[in-house]
Structures are given as C-alpha cells and as structure tokens.
Design a binder for this molecule. Structure first.
Ligand SMILES: C[S@@+](CC[C@H](N)C(=O)[O-])C[C@H]1O[C@@H](n2cnc3c(N)ncnc32)[C@H](O)[C@@H]1O
Length: 233
C-alpha cells in the first residue's frame, strides 16, 4: 500500500465483534459509531468524489439526486456545482440523513438542498425528474443492484446521466480491503465489465467506464436515452 491508500482506508485492526460492528457501519451507519464513520467518510471520500464528479457535466441549474448520500459531503459539492439548481440526497439510514442535514444545514434552510430517508429501491420521486444522479461508494451495498439501477433510470430525465463512483471493484487495488468488508456485510463486488453490463441491462446508453488504476478508482457513467422516457411524470 502506498501513502495515499493508507490515508484513505480506515484501520481495521480491531478485535472480533468490535471489528464486525465497525465495518458493518459502512453499509448502514447507526448510533454514535455510525456518526463517527460518517464524519470519517466525508473526509476520506472527498478526493475520489471530486474525481468522479469531474467525469460528468454539471450545469448551473441542474436538478440532482445523490443516492446513498451518507454524511452529505457529495451533496454539498453538487450544490456548489449547480448553484441555481436543487440537490436532493437520500439514504436509508436515519443516522446518515441526520448527519447529511447537519453538513448541509444552511443549504437545507435556503431550500437548495433536500435530504430524505429512502431506499434506492423505492425512490420518492416522479419519473423523468433528475438531470443527474450520483452514487458514491454505495451501490455495492444495495440489496438488489439491478432493481436499484432501474429505479435510478426511472427518475432520470431522458438525456440525464448516472455516475457511479467506487473504490471497491474486482481488479481494483482496494479489493483486499473490500474482501474483508464483505466478510461482515453483504456486498456485490463486480469487475469493470460487469459494471458496464449493469448499466446497459438497466437501459442506459453511451456507457463509459473510467478507471484510475493507480489509485484504484472506478467511475461508471451512462445516460438515459432520449427515447427512454418512463411513463408519465
Ligand atoms: C460507504 S457509505 C458512502 C456514503 C457517501 N456516499 C460517501 O461517499 O461518503 C454508503 C451509504 O449508502 C447507504 N446505503 C446503502 N444501501 C442503501 C440503499 N439501498 N438505499 C439507500 N441508501 C443506501 C448507507 O446507509 C450509507 O450511508
């Protein structure tokens, strides 16, 4: 591991049950341990998030959704990139929702950011609503990955984009750490080709997988084709 990897990955040198409790917090943060993990993830995921968001065009007035928003730092970055738009964050952990709201308190008060408790499998939004959906370090924990992708597809406008950003993928340099996490959580670790298939099977077009192999970062992007309207909104 190089210096960067040591900085970005948390130590897991904990004993038995403590280790399990600590690692499972990444999948669904809860209580004070969850809050610590969320604050830590806000810091640790910042650089890979900046890199991932750089792979898609974000316009001033975009309506954006960040799924699995965790502690809310990605939401804050998106709000900065789309100052005339609106950014929603959802997470199925009440602790994540509370921390994300606190991280974005002023923006929430101004009505520019909305954070809600919800699962990616049942998004509380109409069809064809968002210009961009982002998912940072979360998709490998969705209980039904295919169904989550289709639900994201549903809420995207035709021409809208999905960006998935991840450090855990088969063939990536953080796979060893992901394997340890997978012992204590339910994770779907896919390779680059399987990620591409995930996008195309959900109906996305112009699918691109961008990998920074040296840093072990993967970003998958795809668009909802113009003819991909999902019913009436
Ligand atoms: C590792 S954290 C990443 C948080 C944040 N995106 C970041 O980059 O720091 C994963 C987050 O995804 C959320 N999550 C996992 N499965 C989810 C689902 N099915 N629906 C909504 N949120 C989910 C977890 O509660 C957790 O807050």
């Amino acid at each position: 591991m190089d210096g960067h990897t040591q900085r970005t990955m948390p130590t897991i040198a904990l004993a038995g049950g403590r280790k399990q409790r600590s690692l499972s917090q990444c999948q669904r943060p809860a209580g004070w341990r969850g809050r610590l993990v969320l604050w830590s993830m806000n810091r640790r995921h910042s650089r890979v998030t900046d890199w991932g968001l750089g792979q898609v065009a974000i316009r001033d007035g975009d309506t954006i959704l960040d799924v699995g928003c965790g502690g809310g730092r990605t939401v804050a970055k998106l709000a900065l990139a789309a100052p005339k738009g609106r950014v929603h964050g959802i997470d199925y952990s009440p602790e994540s929702v509370a921390v994300a709201r606190r991280t974005n308190r002023e923006l929430v008060e101004q009505g520019l950011v909305v954070i809600q408790e919800a699962s990616v499998l049942d998004l509380p939004f109409p069809n064809d609503h968002f210009d961009l959906v982002t998912a940072v370090e979360t998709h490998f924990w969705w209980q039904d990955l295919g169904a989550g992708m289709k639900e994201v597809f549903r809420v995207l406008k035709p021409g809208g984009w999905l960006a998935i950003v991840a450090e855990f993928y088969k063939g990536g340099r953080h796979l060893k750490y992901a394997d340890r996490l997978a012992r204590f959580t339910t994770m779907a670790i896919l390779d680059v080709g399987e990620h591409e298939a995930l996008f195309t099977q959900a109906g996305f077009g112009d699918v691109r997988m961008i990998e920074d192999a040296a840093r072990g970062w993967l970003c998958g992007v795809g668009t909802k084709p113009a003819g991909g309207r999902t019913g009436e909104s």
